[in-house]
Design a protein around this ligand. Sequence first.
Ligand code: ADP
Ligand code: ZN
Length: 635
Amino acid sequence: MPASTPLSILQDVFGYAAFRGAQQAIIDHVVTGGDALVLMPTGGGKSLCYQVPAIQRHLNERGVAIVVSPLIALMHDQVGALEEAGVHAAFLNSSLTMEEAQRIEREMMAGRLVLLYAAPERITTPRFLAQLDSLHERGLLSLFAIDEAHCVSQWGHDFREDYLGLNVLHERFADVPRIALTATADDLTRADIIERLQLQSARIFISSFDRPNIRYAIVEKDNARTQLLRFIQDEHEGDAGIVYCQSRKKVEETAAWLEGEGIAALPYHAGLDAAVRKKHQDRFLREDSIVMVATIAFGMGIDKPDVRFVAHLDLPKNIEGYYQETGRAGRDGLPANAWMAYGLADVVNQRRMIEDSPAAEEFKRGQRGKLDALLALAEAHDCRRVRLLAYFGENTERCAAYQNACDNCQNAPATWDATEAARKALSCIYRFHQNRGQRFGAGHLIDVLRGKVTDKVTQFHHQELSTFGIGADVSEAQWRAVLRQLIALGHVQTEGEYNTLELTATARDVLRGDVQLLLRQPSEAPRRARAARGSTAAGKSSGAKDRAPPVALDADGLERFTALKAWRAEIAREHNLPAYIVFHDATLAEMARAHPQSLDELAGISGVGAKKLEAYGREILRVLSGGAQPEPTDR
Ligand code: ADP
Ligand code: ZN
């Protein structure tokens, strides 16, 4: 047998032609015993960075790689994917019977396993450490991979106490290489990982965090639910996606509403029963076109590759959160959408949550700064991608030339000079206040500025104010944008239950004309035409079958693609695994397009490794030939 190299492993085992980005350099470093910290965006291909070294070192008689993974619920599928590719892997967790666990421990202790997945709380038990000692003494401990390494840091919302105990790995097994991986890019988290996992001498590999296949779009809230529905119907009929909401209540309401509109939607939040959560997660992973409506409790470790969109109905806390959440779209590299609807209330709520929290002033200041950066992104009229990456310290060109350019690059928004309007709004708030210290919310302010005679206007004699009707030429949507900006920039703050408006000390600068405001022109009132489709589309055949393949196919190709998907669904059911673990959509589509006639030709398709070729090759050729020929010709 010819000696294996990382490249031959990539090709034979995983069926991929070439390494991506820094993969090769990382793998070479770890194979030769070096420690590594890998910062790579979601979908960048982190798993192969430890799986290939684990296989290579196993072939060199170095035994078992230990993979630290935070979520026991997801180990099953990860191990399933490896076994499908012919790699001897297993997990140890509480879902196993005693017999199963004992069998796996025997495989591990004999050094026969290539990879073993376990949660940190198991790995740091005295019993498990003693087993590792025994492997280590016999030279059968090949490496440690610490996945989702940012869980060691208190800065993010994924902090796990048990990760802190992992420094024992370095103290006890100093000569065993360690590779820590994360998609969290900020400096604080990185410093925490290095310090707490004692990775001071590790080589750091930082990849570009650009996700070229994701299109970023942020729209102004008009009627957010309807906007969401239209977005799904227009662009993602039958696709899997995630919709993030802030509260549990909104999660449930939104899921129920989408369901009523004929979209297969499920709720997910920490308040649901563990069994319900698991059931919903399984369905999301296993079925083709579930929309998961969730709080941020959902997402970490979800490596479903064909999530086609991530939508935000509420503003995330900061850009780190936004980027991590949107990053769950399009791991397979095919076009995907990150869509967010945001409005005045989001700005107000997020500000309030910071102000009302019991945290120290210094901490609040940090949070305000982060929120401001996010608001600037939302209000931006230039390239979203440039802004996102700049936040993570990366310089890029605007993405206009990308296949999946951001909304602003695709369609440059018109801007208008709102400096004068902002001054009018502030002086109107000031007039209210002069009037016996009265305070009002945004709705009433806009009515007064636009000169609308409402009950409230009459009640408070506001037609008599000098500011009544001074902004009739500015539309309501524009006024809302002005207020969003003024609040976002901290010139106005909101108070109390009714979110009444109040000037801050810096409002004076705006009134004096020292602050220039250039705003994006609110988009046209949304078209209603497509929305009507919702009622007729509701209850029609499940979207999965109508779903467009990821490459353009002619009619025959489409038929082959559909047949392959049906075949794959059967295999997935038999093996109790999500369909994408058998083959990705992209791989099936390429089979349908290329229409290989022999096992050799089939082997050339990206995603078809040796084991899968052997296990499924003949079946696939049969399906591709319409099931007509009973026996395909041999190689
Ligand atoms: P991450 O863990 O960084 O989010 P994954 O390891 O899940 O990313 O990889 C994302 C997808 O990219 C997976 O479907 C994986 O099979 C695929 N992939 C990774 N590396 C390569 C490569 N060199 N060639 C082709 N596909 C790859
Ligand atoms: Zn752009």
